[in-house]
Ligand binder design. Structure first.
Ligand code: AMP
Length: 395
């Protein structure tokens, strides 16, 4: 079956058409500047990439353009839309309602709408994508795959904050965690690569991209993760601050003459390694600047790695041990220096890095020595494939 995977943002839409039998990507692409002007980059496998400026007044127009390109006689990869057997949608927040992927019908969509206030920037955009596909492909089954679902197995000890309990009861304020599709995919793959039973392994997954989080997976279940009520908590990220003393919010508001939402904008968009270094959020730029002697860039990298290592240590304690530590996403898959720095803190766990094996990029590989007590690995994530698999499994 051919599955169309859709990841819809407020002004963008990423897509992949995946053949579920061969698990090959037939085409992928990106619509940008939806509602502004519109730009499509369409990459059919084995054919030339198409980049065009095209009017996209709304998401329905964007999906319509994607479907036209998928079926185009020159740059298309399928004869007609009838070949698309299902659509899988990435949905950021499923609240406490969705602990697994779900077939999308009107009732489910209404429930997802109720989660909008928990992810006001993301969920409404995801729903717009669902409605656009429903309008253009009314008879094709659709599945919602939630970033939060994998973490619904966390125990209360991990997901409750030290706040008045009624805030949890009345407003559902708790840790939800994100990147669940990636943490689930990577932790399963770790078990396969090590030839171990998923239900017997203790794995810590470090998803280090522009957004970054660490997850403790014990016996196939997420038992703790560093992102919280929103994706702002936890690691120091590209532009997000991660954990800070909440009292800083009022202090900075007073000093900088900002309101709460102004401070939160700084914490989300102007902090992290970008704010620390003044260089930017991309680790390639940071490494270059650090190599040229930029002290702030050096510290940004050190702070980033130290925070990751602290979480790994904490999660080894949470699970009373750890068998495997996996690195994934843009930085985790590509930056051997960052991996080495993080792992250099973890000698007390018996982690020994093999520098030669660690000198790799974007491949599945064990990067620890044969006598390392904990196996460290690089495992490239593939959230689109995970969504396609979930979609096929459900329909
Ligand atoms: P993601 O959010 O997973 O797409 O990751 C994006 C981030 O990965 C970028 O902002 C970079 O910081 C980092 N990244 C991507 N490629 C490389 C690379 N070759 N070396 C180091 N960092 C990289």
């Amino acid at each position: 079956m051919k599955v169309l995977v859709i990841n819809c943002g407020s002004s963008s839409l990423k897509y992949q058409l995946i053949d579920s039998e061969s698990e090959k990507v037939l085409a992928k692409g990106l619509c940008e500047r939806i509602g502004i002007d519109g730009r499509l980059t369409h990459k059919p496998t084995g054919k030339d990439t198409v980049s065009i400026e095209a009017a996209m007044p709304n998401h329905t127009a964007a999906v319509s353009l994607v479907l036209e390109h998928l079926t185009d006689p020159v740059c298309g990869v399928i004869g007609s839309l009838d070949e698309i057997g299902a659509v899988g949608h990435r949905i950021v927040h499923g609240g406490e309602k969705f602990a697994s992927s779900t077939l999308l019908n009107d009732e489910v969509v209404a429930e997802i709408e109720k989660c909008n206030e928990l992810a006001p920037l993301h969920n409404p955009a995801n729903l717009i994508g669902i409605n656009a596909c429903k309008e253009l492909m009314p008879n094709v089954p659709m599945v919602g795959v939630f970033d939060t679902a994998f973490h619904q197995t966390m125990p209360k000890t991990a997901y409750l904050y030290g706040l008045p309990y009624e805030y949890y009861e009345k407003y559902a304020v708790r840790r939800y965690g994100f990147h669940g599709t990636s943490h689930s995919f990577v932790s399963k793959r770790v078990a396969e690569l090590l030839g171990k039973d998923y239900s017997e392994l203790k794995t810590i997954v470090c998803h280090l991209g522009n957004g970054a989080s660490v997850c403790a997976v014990d016996k196939g279940k997420s038992v703790d993760t560093s992102m919280g009520f929103t994706p702002l908590e936890g690691l120091v990220m590209g532009t997000r601050c991660g954990d800070i003393d909440p009292a800083i919010v009022e202090f900075i508001a007073g000093k900088e003459n900002l309101d709460i939402s102004g401070v939160l904008k700084v914490l989300n968009k102007k902090s992290g390694v970008d704010g620390l270094s003044g260089v930017g959020s991309d680790f390639r730029d940071l490494s270059k600047a650090a190599g040229e002697g930029n002290e702030r860039a050096k510290y940004a990298i050190e702070v980033f790695c130290y925070r990751v290592a602290k979480y790994v240590g904490a999660y080894a304690a949470a699970m009373n041990g750890v068998d495997a530590i996996a690195f994934t996403a843009g930085i985790g898959e590509n930056d051997c220096t960052i991996r080495a720095k993080v792992l250099s803190y973890l000698g007390f766990l018996g982690v020994k890095v093999d520098d030669e094996k660690n000198d790799c990029r974007g491949v599945e590989r064990v990067i620890s020595t044969d006598d390392s007590k904990v196996t460290a690995l690089v495992v490239p994530t593939n959230e689109e494939l995970a969504i396609a698999r979930e979609t096929v499994a459900l329909i």
